[in-house]
Design a protein around this ligand. Structure first.
Ligand SMILES: C=CC1=C(C)c2cc3[nH]c(cc4nc(cc5[nH]c(cc1n2)c(C)c5CCC(=O)O)C(CCC(=O)O)=C4C)c(C)c3C=C
Ligand SMILES: [Fe+2]
Ligand SMILES: [Fe+2]
Length: 354
């Protein structure tokens, strides 16, 4: 289960940020190995404070472990041919990092593995970065010799995922008086991307939009909605409109009932618990807006069942020869991609599945 990860405790914040700013696939910096520790050190106190305010750390590891264990148990029933299944977590910037997980899988003697991204929608800066890291460790045998790999690299329109999000929206809508419910604006919010990434042809914006469209289809388009973007960092241009600005704009237009919907994360972390709940929702309430947030998927049984269904279908179709080791879409690099590792990674996964 691949994801970005987050510091489980406040003192782990510095190392998390150092790993994050050292990742050239996420943030390409000149003199990266020198600048990354400097930026991380400067940013640490502010981000530590945010993790303190959300209860002393990121819950992403806790939820990923729960999701993984329950998914593996369901998978034993859904696809007994490959049982027993075991879920491992590999985070990109926080423990357990890929090399720690590789050691564990090697010690367990794993011979068949599925790299299962926990980002529903694909971006080179998220899933792409995790796959590049897996490729670097895999090609040097860190996971052991002769491991057969395949990849679940995106699933943003999977019906179970869409259903789980839709149910959480319906629960949030119930918090509004029945007579106002159909006026409530659904404000889908996803982590933004720098325009430099969007403009090289990254598919994330399109895939998040497809998720939103699928959720709205499931809800029968009963409410007005927008997709907006949060958490931009630094001075460069990022995809907009920004979530905070959108809430203020809606207040100005007199649209004072809003459900905020996180659509690109599967569990709570700083972006939902701090940015959405403590910053934006609070500010919006000051502008007289009634805001409720759709819960993150966290322990949603509908969502965990969706993960198991995805994995079962993948294992069945891959071993039946119906699909290759990766999706067809993963094989296409962004038209503007100049990162040689992306090309080598795709070629390696295409071979590692045979
Ligand atoms: C779909 C999810 C995410 C995308 C796309 C994404 C792109 C992206 N992020 C940065 C820079 C930072 N992100 C940071 C934190 C962070 N980012 C995501 C998800 C996506 N990022 C999550 C889930 C988290 C938080 C983890 C948690 O435990 O809560 C941070 C660190 C926090 C901070 O310093 O503000 C940075 C920096 C870039 C540059 C980028 C696209 C290229
Ligand atoms: Fe981010
Ligand atoms: Fe790329």
């Amino acid at each position: 289960m691949l994801n970005m990860g987050g510091p489980s405790t406040v003192p782990e914040t510095h190392d998390f940020l150092k790993n994050l700013f050292s990742d050239g696939d996420l943030i390409p910096l000149p003199f990266q190995s020198i600048l990354a520790p400097i930026i991380a050190r400067r940013r640490t106190p502010q981000i530590e404070k945010q993790y303190e305010d959300i209860g002393g750390g990121s819950p992403i590891l806790k939820y990923t472990k729960i999701q993984g264990e329950r998914m593996a148990a369901l998978l034993d029933e859904l696809h007994p041919a490959t049982a027993p299944h075991k879920a491992y977590v590999a985070f990109r910037y926080a423990r357990p990092l890929t090399d720690e997980t590789a050691r564990e899988m090697k010690a367990d003697g794993v011979k068949r593995a599925v790299a299962f991204t926990q980002y529903p929608q694909y971006s080179c800066s998220t899933t792409g970065s995790s796959l590049n890291e897996l490729y670097r460790k895999g090609k040097t045998g860190d996971f052991g010799d002769g491991v057969e790999w395949s990849v679940i690299d995106r699933w943003g329109t999977h019906s179970g995922f869409i259903e789980a999000v839709a149910q959480n929206i319906e629960r949030a809508l119930e918090k509004f008086p029945a007579e106002h419910r159909s006026d409530v604006v659904l404000l889908f919010s996803a982590h933004s991307l720098p325009m430099s990434v969007v403009n090289r042809g990254d598919p994330y914006i399109l895939e998040v939009s497809a998720s939103v469209n699928a959720v709205m289809d499931r809800l029968g388009h009963a409410n007005p909605y927008r997709l907006v973007w949060q958490s931009q960092v630094g001075p460069s241009a990022w995809m907009g409109m920004q979530t905070g600005e959108a809430l203020k704009g809606l207040a100005r237009l007199g649209r004072k009932r809003v459900v905020l919907v996180p659509i690109a994360f599967t569990s709570d972390h700083i972006e939902t618990l701090y940015e959405l709940d403590l910053e934006y929702a609070k500010e919006a309430r000051e502008h007289g807006v009634e805001v409720h947030r759709a819960e993150s998927l966290n322990e949603s049984p509908v969502f965990i069942r969706a993960l198991a269904d995805l994995a079962a279908a993948h294992l069945k179709n891959h071993s039946g020869g119906k699909i290759g080791p990766t999706s067809v879409q993963l094989g296409l690099r962004c038209p503007g991609c100049t990162n040689a590792t992306c090309g080598a990674q795709k070629a390696w996964f295409a071979r590692a599945g045979r």
